[in-house]
Design a protein around this ligand. Sequence first.
Ligand code: PGA
Length: 255
Amino acid sequence: MSKKVIIGNWKMNPSTSKEGDAWFKKIAKLVVKIKKTEVVICPPFLYLEKLSKIRTSKLKLGAQDSFWGDVGPFTGEISSDMLYNSGVRFVILGHSERRALGETNELINKKIKSSLTSGLVPVVCIGEKERDVEHNYFDIVKSQLVDCLKGISRDSISRIIFAYEPVWSISTTENRRDATSSDTREMVMFMRKVLSDISSPQVAHNVRIIYGGSVSGRDAEDFLKNGQVDGLLVGKASLEPKRFFEIIEICEAKV
Ligand code: PGA
């Protein structure tokens, strides 16, 4: 059984590397006694190299995106090999904020393949923008999974972490709503069914599916226990080391 995982997505925060160092060091100190939970911080690219020098076995590093090419004429891009060589071990792919900037399932598929080849663990974000009365959101989630995983072997799928992030529950979404643990449980079951059809029942059963969308210390336990997820992807609440640690402690106590 894989460990539960708590991933902090700092997005485009903080504005100085010094502040990023301070947050990271605080979290590293807080997690020294954590045994059962894998903890990952995904800071902006620019801070990764420096933070990789102070990362510990208890606090790992992830990136918020990577490019599919290895080396070459791709101005502004960063490859998964470069990330791996800088001590990064995880990469968030297909986040809804990147999809909103034009990222497609086809592009995410190429990025997943390249990250797996480099040895990174892709954290693939899946989630509908809204919940319509006709329940079309199930089809949306299904096609995101099917298209993002095209041509990827069972073995490789088993290394991926899937993050169910309904866009309507993310803290920065206008007129956001809270997702409930039963919304999540239902979707996670559906995702496992789709994954079983794409790969195998065993892979679908064992693969880690986590939840993200305005998670805080208030609802982390409910999502982990009743939402039946293997961890959480935390945005806003990861920007304060103490608040982030509350979530880690809840996970550690619930495993
Ligand atoms: P949030 O972000 O926790 O601030 O809603 C989660 C995410 O976008 O990954």
